[in-house]
Write a protein that binds this ligand. Structure first.
Ligand SMILES: Cc1ncc(COP(=O)(O)O)c(C=O)c1O
Length: 283
């Protein structure tokens, strides 16, 4: 149920870089997609919520998330004029909680574990009848996120490798499904911070190639480049893909890097908690 008078338009800017130091050796063009507002996640959340019929929408929606998905479900629900209950773990960044509240949703606190988040969301569902908008394991969420890839390949069709940040897995699931449907030989590389292990989703296991592990200092360098060169605010989880291509860690020794001619990097943007950023700058 798309609100009356509203059209869904997705847009992204694509920046092309030649990293000259690599041009002679391996000739890689790097493309970065930069999305608006709370990152790409508005694509999946709005796709899920706009697909509800009137009787479902009347019950409202519920989700659990510590971050951008929470805010975009709140935003999409507000656009549709329906209630939203957002379960947020108590360690969530303040700026993301503020966004949820600004969009008028009801915040319900949970403990930090996934079990606690899920059981609190289930309780809300039972009490209110609200429809669950799952943060990553949902066909509408996944296909909404996949539109990022459709836009990328529309604008730069010759890409042979796409690096995608991964956490819950909705973005990479959508990107992998869209990319492989258009060109089955495209290589999809998930990038995650050292210590994370986010490859549990079936689509992710089946459709992606090697995972790239990225170190924290490379992520900070990538965020710096986003601020300095692209002039966009990118949070750590959004800069991981760029970090993978900028750093000299194992990825640069891999066959994926050497065999790629055009790499698309999804810079998924997001909200930086400015108080945390300022504190670190003043130290
Ligand atoms: C800015 C940003 N980029 C990337 C991701 C990873 O997306 P997914 O959880 O769909 O794997 C997230 C997830 O929270 C995010 O907020």
């Amino acid at each position: 149920m798309l609100p009356e008078g509203m059209r869904v338009t997705a847009s992204c800017a694509i920046y092309l870089f030649n990293f000259l130091q690599y041009m002679v050796l391996i000739v890689v063009d790097i493309c970065c997609i930069v999305l608006c507002r709370e990152a790409f996640k508005i694509r999946g959340a709005s796709n899920s919520i706009f697909a509800l019929d009137n009787s479902q929408a009347a019950k409202g929606v519920v989700t659990h998330s510590s971050g951008n998905h929470a805010a975009v479900v709140a935003l999409a629900a507000k656009l549709c004029g329906i209630s939203a209950y957002i379960v947020i773990p108590k360690n969530a960044p303040a700026c993301k909680v503020d966004n949820v509240k600004r969009y008028g949703s009801q915040v319900i606190w949970s403990d930090v574990t996934m079990d606690s988040r899920e059981s609190m969301a289930k309780k809300v569902q039972e009490e209110t009848g609200a429809i669950l908008i799952h943060p990553f394991n949902d066909k509408y969420t996944i296909s909404g996120q996949g539109t990022v890839c459709l836009e990328l390949l529309e604008q730069v069709p010759k890409i042979d490798t796409i690096i995608v940040p991964i956490s819950g897995g909705s973005l990479i699931s959508g990107v992998a499904l869209a990319a492989k449907a258009i060109n089955p030989s495209i290589r999809i590389l998930p990038a995650e911070p050292k210590g994370a292990d986010d490859l549990a989703q079936p689509v992710v296991r089946d459709l992606v190639d090697d995972v790239i592990v990225v170190y924290d200092n490379a992520i900070v360098d990538a965020m710096k480049m986003c601020y300095e060169t692209l002039k966009v605010a990118v949070e750590p989880s959004g800069a991981i893909g760029l970090a993978a291509a900028l750093s000299d860690d194992e990825f640069k020794q891999s066959s994926a890097w050497h065999e790629s001619n055009k790499i698309g990097i999804i810079v998924s943007r997001g909200n930086v908690d400015l108080s945390v950023l300022w504190d670190s700058l003043y130290k």
